[in-house]
Design a protein around this ligand. Sequence first.
Ligand code: HPA
Length: 275
Amino acid sequence: MTDLSLTPDRDAPFEAAQVLSARAPGFVPQMVIVLGSGLSGFAKHIENPISIDYVDLPGFPAPSVEGHIGKLHLGYVGGLPVACLAGRKHYYEGRGMGAMTPAIRALKLAGAKTLLVTNATGSLRHDVLPGRVVMITDHINLLPGTPLIGPNDDRFGPRFFSMANAYDQELNQRLIALAATLNINMASGVYLATPGPNFETAAEIRMMARMGADLVGMSSVPEVIVARHCGLRVAALSVVTNLAEGLTTEELSHEHTLKHASVGAVDLTRLVKAF
Ligand code: HPA
């Protein structure tokens, strides 16, 4: 059953877009960047930033998990106007699948064209080790639903829509070329989203590998679905923080995730700045 109390306020994106144009008049973000676990340090690379607390933006999520803050940074990276979401909501936090929906839609209303998602993941491949940056080429959604369950909001997109080319091939070609130029040994792979908050069992990881997953994580897929629904182009980059359960004897923890995310964040930051 869908809990309708968790369905986001349909008008919140319009109200949030009004706050944005009042706080940053004339600013039109071209790209939205979602900063994942431990990657919020990217915010210091934004020039002339205007930072707005999520609590001041209708529909934006109130933060909770350690390592996840709740601020929107508007500014420039390499001359491009960007909006960085520092802090995302995860399904496991209990706010349903749609917690990020108003934020993505508000930034679409503000003029954004592209969504760049970053996250931290476990690797299902022995050749893709912690600290490595991985470009996501596709996903498998094992979350219990999607953020678009419930009445469709025709103002943003159609009821039914394609997820072909969800991870934009042209943007991915650009990322591949940039990674080569920057000497970053970027891998690519399929991301599988699981509800969490527990890490997986070894048997689950074996199942996921057989399903075709290269990476496992607890985020991102809701944002990507909402972005595709409203016509944003999407690219997504992961930092591998660990080998998935069963591939390693190391015990998984959130602290472990944050520690290894900061190692990979160096390459990720270079790549995102260039992109
Ligand atoms: N599983 C799920 N989510 C994760 C992992 C993992 O091993 N590592 C980082 N996020």
